[in-house]
Design a protein around this ligand. Sequence first.
Ligand code: ADP
Ligand code: MG
Length: 687
Amino acid sequence: MSQSILLEPVTTLRGVGAKMASRLAEIGIRSLEDLLFHFPLRYQDRTQVTPIAGLRDQVDAVIKGTVRGAAVTMGRRRTLLVKVEDSTGLLTVRFFHFRQAQVTQFKTGARVQLFGTPRRLGSGTEVIHPEYRLGETADLVEPALTPVYPTVSGIGQSTWRKLCGQALAALNRQPPEDLLQGITEDRITLSEAIAFLHNPPPGTELDPIHGGVHPAQIRLAREELIAHQLTVQGVRDTERKHQAPSITSAAEITQQFIAGLPFAPTAAQMRVAKELAADMAQPQPMLRLVQGDVGSGKTLVAAQATLDTIAAGYQVAFMAPTELLAEQHHANLAGWFDELGLPVAWLSGRIKGKARQAVLEQLAHGQAPVVVGTHALFQDDVVFQRLGLIIVDEQHRFGVHQRLSLADKGADGQHPHQLALTATPIPRSLAMVAYGDLDCSIIDELPPGRQPVTTTLIDSTRREAVIRRVGAACQEGRQAYWVCTAIEESDTLDIEAAEATADQLGSALPGVSVGMVHGRLKPQEKASVMAAFKAGDIQLLVATTVIEVGVDVPNASLMIIDNAERLGLAQLHQLRGRVGRGATESHCLLMFKQPLSDTAQQRLTTMQESSDGFLIAERDLAIRGPGELLGTRQTGLAAFRIALLPEHEDLLIEAQAIAARLYEHDLPRAQALMQRWAGARADFARV
Ligand code: ADP
Ligand code: MG
């Protein structure tokens, strides 16, 4: 295995001392491999001289000509203007920052070479602040396309070029094994692909590279995605090797619970509940994700699995990403389970001291059969007597690591079953990346009687009319949400906006009782506001986006979202899911401020046209790109080095199949691939 060359530290390179090494380490570059995978963002074409008449607007070019005059003008800003001519035309060169020496340098008749970005104006063509060299000898023309590297302050482009040049030379001396040989049809090896992307030869068409579809990029993306899928399958495999309690379904208590509900489960809920039961009957951990649109009733399915587990004598940990959502789940389950005589414990970061100690003891001694909570459940000192099932709501907000750290809390060497829920449907390709180690069940049906929500876009200049409409709805006994987001992204500003809006609405609508909820309220305050809203004592609830998930008040049938253009599609869809839960027809008004950006326009139109969570998620991916969609940091998924989604979706699907084959038939190669690409996703792999 010739991995060695790639794994050598950057300090083996000329020009990399301790200081440079630590600067590089800050952006994750430690080995030659890291450097080789630090690809240019784009390329400049300095391989040829462009005649002035052939310059294209905004396309960087090298120009050669003769100085025809230089003058300092005193307009709004002191400007040095230089006229340069070649046999095809005349060019204006503009400098806003210059030294006196530069003025005298540009002697009429002098030969000059320039590299810059031309702008075609009505009056002619100009270039601002180009690189330039005077005289005939020093040539700005270069033999290959010039890479432009992503960088940080203190590391210039020429440094990147020198470092990558040395790393490429090392790669050339000792090319690593081509691990995809005989597996895929690529005609280009790993080393060739890397070398090509650092230094594309002259004449290379840049559009395919900038679009991520050049064969060199495909070759690398393919290997990266295969390595990723191998890692995912490895995580799954490791987890499945553990023992889990075999839990029999359809316990009497579960039947009793279902019979006592005021509604019947949907066919989709029953199907998914069966899938869970079949998994949990096995002596290996269930690893299952339940996907279902907002309001599809995932909690009920989770509750059934919870009861089965408790009936078998095991404990359940139910975790949600936010305090408010966890509180909702707690209230929900406590309401359901109270009649069955089952207490539901509560643990969040806010529970401290003696109260916390008491919960921990109940969990450790098995007196608490089920606990609902936030990240607080991950803490080391949270110990269970017999943990049989963990449920993670809104899985996409947690990392794989976090779920797995709960999986380690089983007793007697056993691992609990794992059930992940997600209300944000994500496209298949992303699901494979984010939840690749999980089996998937889908609740593809909403409970009957749900009214579709009518969505309208409203210019914020019509705010007065919207307020009147809210007043009228409340007069009729309906309830409404008014969601505030500030113009800028900031929790504090959101809360200020909510406070101002609550004041304004309170005085504009004297007959309406207005409440307010946001993330900084104390838990008891929050709970009492939510209870009052649920009871109908508050008619209009002004809120920040904290109500995004979990809040469930069927009588609320109107939602106003302020500055809707600022929110992402997933968030808008989640918010809108708070209405349309009862029997009355619901409305969602998306208020926006002009001017709208193209992407904001697309998002709002998508919301108006569709209520299908999957379609919305697909559009979201197309508009935003996957990093933002999943929130790379939130998910604990490190970004890919080269693979792009959705551009490389086909490759990902292919990679899954290849990874499965390799895992089974060629483990040494699978391990070599995982090791080579491990740096990029150390966060995913269980280390
Ligand atoms: P989500 O999938 O968004 O988490 P929830 O589990 O919060 O959805 O359920 C939304 C609402 O629908 C809750 O009030 C729940 O009690 C109710 N519900 C769940 N299943 C059904 C059903 N089969 N029929 C009617 N209402 C249901
Ligand atoms: Mg939910």
